[in-house]
Design a protein around this ligand. Structure first.
Ligand code: HEC
Length: 278
């Protein structure tokens, strides 16, 4: 072989190797997932790889988690190590499926101990529902949810971003009942924010639209008999069921009867406010 030919084959071999290396990093990159954090007006994006090599990473056992409803072992970072203490009333967790939880900042620094669980590609978590997807890659879990009455809707999973946010009612005044402090309607608003606003808007106000708007054009308290509405909130499938149904039920352990009464008082009040609109 002439030396020119040898050089040609050497260059060809190097090129093939480069292309192969590039393709494999492209594949690794395609599998990389990111979490975006916005605090103090600054956004940082952390990759799963970075999070899994964080010095704050521990292995934790969570006794019974919302969603999987069984004990699970996770690699996780205490949330307080990951995010600065927020100056806002709440912290917003957005999920890839449109679910948005606005969790009061006080709860995040309270006794319930929130951790961010991170799913690694080597040990994927079990699938959650019919779509075969898990709750990963990022999932907010609580070590002691009972200490501050953390609702199952305050366990956001498939999280894509965490950010500071003023309270939902401040950002969307249309959600506020015009009733006295400590009225059932005001308590009902808190029940709505913690459990329902994660998926439903009301009067066009709110962050999420996984389910229908609960006041616009009509409110379920207007078109459902009360007994059936209560039944639907407690166990949607006991009223009607189909393959794509996705609203979870709220058992008395999650939402006691008094809280359900407050929630319905709030929903009825919002009908009055809609009818009073010019
Ligand atoms: C995880 C998301 C999610 C949460 C949380 C949730 N819902 Fe729903 N809801 C839905 C979806 C989606 C539907 C549409 C039916 C379905 O797919 O199950 C729905 C349907 C409904 C309906 C029936 C509306 C109609 O016209 O058919 C009512 C009433 C309702 N939700 C009330 C509530 C209340 C009250 C809460 C809070 C206690 C709540 N939902 C929490 C997702 C949710």
């Amino acid at each position: 072989m002439t030396s020119l030919k040898r050089d040609f084959y050497r260059v060809l071999a190097v090129t093939v190797m480069c292309v192969a290396a590039l393709a494999s990093t492209r594949i690794a990159f395609a599998n990389e997932v990111f979490l975006s954090l916005t605090f103090g007006g600054r956004t940082v994006r952390l990759s799963r790889t970075e999070l899994l090599s964080s010095p704050g990473l521990r292995v934790i056992d969570v006794p019974a988690i919302a969603g999987y409803r069984r004990p699970m072992r996770f690699q996780a970072i205490p949330l307080a190590r990951l995010i600065p203490k927020p100056s806002s009333e709440s912290v917003q967790f957005k999920a890839s499926d449109g679910f948005v939880a606005n969790i009061p900042s006080g709860l995040l620094y309270g006794p319930s101990q929130p951790w961010l669980a991170i799913e690694s590609q080597q040990t994927p978590w079990p699938p959650l529902g019919r779509d075969g997807q898990s709750m990963g890659p990022f999932f907010l879990v609580w070590l002691m949810p009972e200490k501050a009455g953390i609702s199952p809707e305050q366990w956001p999973y498939r999280i894509v971003s965490i950010s500071e946010a003023p309270a939902l009612g401040k950002r969307f005044p249309a959600l506020l009942p015009k009733t006295g402090a400590n009225s059932p309607e005001q308590r009902g608003l808190r029940v709505f924010v913690a459990n329902c606003s994660v998926c439903h808007k009301l009067s066009g106000a709110g962050d999420a639209a996984v389910g229908p708007d609960l006041n616009d054009p009509y409110n379920p308290t207007e078109y459902f008999q009360e007994a059936f509405l209560r039944k639907l909130i407690r166990a949607p499938a006991s009223v009607r069921d189909w393959g794509q149904r996705s609203m979870p039920g709220f058992s008395p352990a999650v939402l006691n009867d008094a809280q359900l009464d407050d929630l319905l008082a709030y929903l009825r009040q919002m009908v009055r406010q809609r009818l009073a609109r010019p």
